[in-house]
Design a binder for this molecule. Structure first.
Ligand code: KMH
Ligand code: ZN
Length: 308
């Protein structure tokens, strides 16, 4: 029976240090938690960097390179670098580290959108860093930009020139049609690894009907040429990824997407979430994929062909 691919998104750029003491920030923390997640069963590690002094999302290649070689040396997982970075970064900034590292995989957000994080600011009583409150509150007037021109550039720089394959992040139905458009232009090739994203304010909500509809439309637009995975923000994470696993999809967990392990209870590590979803997958009678099975399924170039 085919396996289920677990991606772990280790730190991201949505959550801030005041929200959880377990959010990895330094290179030691990011590398340590990434290796723990791989050990627990994650075949793919989706990675962002942070400034180690403040925990602020960072696009600095030095911050990435402080942990990437350590993760590479310590496990066999596929390293997937974000090209989304954070909505406050320019495309040039977001591309700097992935261009240098030439990873096997990179994320690719299939449209421009609102990315509203400001409701989270209301729940924080004590701030650890000055940047956090304005960063979250400023998202009431911030557009995350990935125009068709941006998408084409990311595909050219990382895909055509460096051989990366993509985690196509689709937050809405329109993003699936944008992926179809790039397929029609011959700029992407199957199998398409589509990551459905639920629960970001600005994208589709975490309703089960949305997932069934997205899968139905992906079937219609891409036939047998795609694999889908699901991530959902906050407390919707485990219910939605369980639904994905039941529907023949793959799953993404990690502290980028949710800081909790159960309602109201902070996850103490990324590995804890990976172990939980692994138990769910196995209880469903399915098997977790190894990194090499993921490479085979997605047609990846292999870790030796990266610059990490
Ligand atoms: N933060 C997630 C909702 C990216 O890194 O390109 C989506 C994400 C974006 O992972
Ligand atoms: Zn990300």
């Amino acid at each position: 029976m085919s396996g289920i691919l677990i991606t772990c998104a280790v730190t991201g750029s949505i959550h801030t240090p005041s929200m959880s003491p377990y959010l990895p920030v330094t290179a030691d923390e990011i590398a340590g938690q990434a290796l723990g997640a791989a050990e627990a069963g994650a075949a793919v590690l989706h990675l962002h960097a942070r400034d180690p002094r403040t925990g602020r999302p960072s696009a600095d290649p030095d911050h990435f390179m402080a942990f990437l070689p350590r993760i590479r040396a310590g496990c066999d997982a596929v390293l997937n670098l974000s090209t989304g970075g954070s909505a406050i970064m320019s495309l040039d900034e977001r591309l700097a580290a992935p261009r240098l590292a030439a990873p096997e995989m990179a994320s690719l957000n299939m449209g421009s959108m609102n990315f509203a994080l400001y409701p989270a600011a209301e729940r924080i009583e004590t701030w650890r860093h000055d940047w956090e409150k304005p960063f979250l509150e400023g998202t009431d007037d911030l557009v995350f930009k990935n125009t068709p021109r941006d998408i084409a550039r990311i595909l050219a720089d990382l895909g055509q020139e460096r051989g990366a394959r993509f985690e196509f992040e689709c937050y809405d139905l329109g993003h699936l049609y944008m992926l179809r458009h790039f397929a029609d232009r011959g700029l992407v090739r199957p199998p398409y690894f589509i990551q459905f994203v639920f629960g970001v304010l600005g994208g589709m909500g975490p309703d089960p009907e949305n997932l069934t509809h997205m899968v139905r439309m992906a079937d219609k637009l891409f036939g047998h040429d795609f694999e889908f995975s699901v991530l959902a923000a906050g407390r919707h994470q485990m219910p939605l990824v369980t639904m994905a696993a039941s529907m023949g999809g793959h799953v993404r967990v990690g502290l980028e997407d949710s800081l909790t392990i159960a309602r109201g209870q902070l996850a103490e590590s990324n590995a804890q979430q990976v172990a939980k979803v692994r138990r769910i997958v196995e209880e469903l009678g399915r098997r977790v994929m190894t990194p090499d099975e993921a490479r085979e399924m997605l047609g990846l170039k292999g870790a030796d062909a990266t610059a990490i």
